[in-house]
Design a protein around this ligand. Structure first.
Ligand SMILES: NC(=O)C1=CN([C@@H]2O[C@H](COP(=O)(O)OP(=O)(O)OC[C@H]3O[C@@H](n4cnc5c(N)ncnc54)[C@H](O)[C@@H]3O)[C@@H](O)[C@H]2O)C=CC1
Ligand SMILES: O=C(O)[C@@H]1CCC=N1
Length: 272
């Protein structure tokens, strides 16, 4: 990078991204962080190249960041965004990770000349295994898009879509998705207790099963359906379990459809 990055909000998601940039050496021109709590996660505040301030007013007057990453909660975005309008000029691109906040919303607050990338990452970004859905307005040039892509790939994969409406769907699937998987671990552990296992052993088994299955899928690159079939002996135990889970009327497919749809709808609502 030629000029610094500016990160607005360094909580769970901003912190995960900042950690990835430092680990990958992506933010080599330095990072200004606006974080009113004053404390950065993962000990990031003491890393070289990081300058932390409590509010936008405390940023250097001549700061010309290459990219401004907006990582505050959607509910506070309207109180925050006005302070960054002064940076909306050629050479500075905005990248939002906020659920539901649309490109039209940012154009309204930053002006229609502003270059805006709208994204939705997920929390595995904290260990470099996130996946981020991205879209951009017409003011974002190739160099800015490449930089956004590089910043996001520092914490995992990035998927670009042209149709902005799909960002709500990505939010419902992969943005919120880690929570669905963690809840599956909770549900599997509870079910393990119901069939007689002590709580701690049930949780150990559920965690290791989900983590191991995910890692097997990642490392082999094999289709999920093939991996499922590899576990399923004809008329064996897995087959019996899957008869319930894959029930055509009330199985996981139907439940997951409703789950992802509810999260997608909520993402649409947050834009209002
Ligand atoms: N947590 C998640 O799984 C995901 C979160 N997101 C998005 O990331 C954004 C941040 O979410 P989290 O990191 O989970 O929340 P968080 O609450 O951990 O972080 C938000 C940070 O913003 C700071 N903040 C509040 N007011 C500020 C201001 N005026 N200026 C600068 N910073 C300010 C807070 O002190 C806090 O550290 C949200 O917009 C959310 O929609 C997107 C995808 C996944
Ligand atoms: O629950 C939320 O609103 C945020 C956005 C996606 C994941 N967490």
């Amino acid at each position: 990078m030629e000029r610094p990055l500016l990160l607005v909000g360094c909580g769970k998601m901003g912190g995960a991204m900042l950690e990835g940039w430092l680990a990958q050496g992506t933010a080599d021109a330095g990072v200004y962080v606006v974080e009113p709590s004053g404390s950065l996660p993962y000990g990031l505040g003491s890393k070289p190249g990081i300058s932390v301030v409590a509010s936008a007013d405390a940023l250097p007057a001549d700061l010309h960041p290459e990219m401004i990453v907006l990582a505050v909660k959607p509910q506070v975005m309207s109180d925050v965004i006005g302070a960054y309008r002064r940076f909306a000029k050629p050479g500075t691109c905005f990248l939002s990770v906020a659920a539901g906040k649309t490109i039209a919303y940012f154009e309204q607050h930053l002006g229609d000349k502003a270059a805006i990338v709208r994204t939705i990452p997920n929390t595995p970004a904290a260990i470099g295994r996130g996946i981020t859905g991205c879209t951009a307005n017409a003011n974002v040039g190739k160099a800015e898009r490449d930089l956004a892509d590089r910043l996001l790939r520092a914490v995992g994969e990035a998927v670009w879509v042209e149709d902005e409406a799909l960002i709500d769907s990505i939010t419902g699937l992969s943005g919120s998705g880690p929570a669905y998987v963690f809840h599956m671990v909770e549900a599997m552990a509870a079910a393990g207790e119901k069939v007689g296992l002590p709580a701690d052993i049930a949780m150990q088994l559920a965690r290791a099963t989900v983590a191991g299955a995910g890692e097997l899928m990642r490392q082999t690159g094999e289709d999920a359906a093939v991996l499922r079939q590899n576990v399923t002996s004809p008329n064996g135990t897995t087959y019996a379990g899957l008869q319930v889970l894959m029930d055509e009327k009330a199985g996981l497919t139907q439940l997951m459809e409703k789950t992802v749809d509810a999260a997608t709808q909520r993402s649409r609502e947050l834009s209002n």
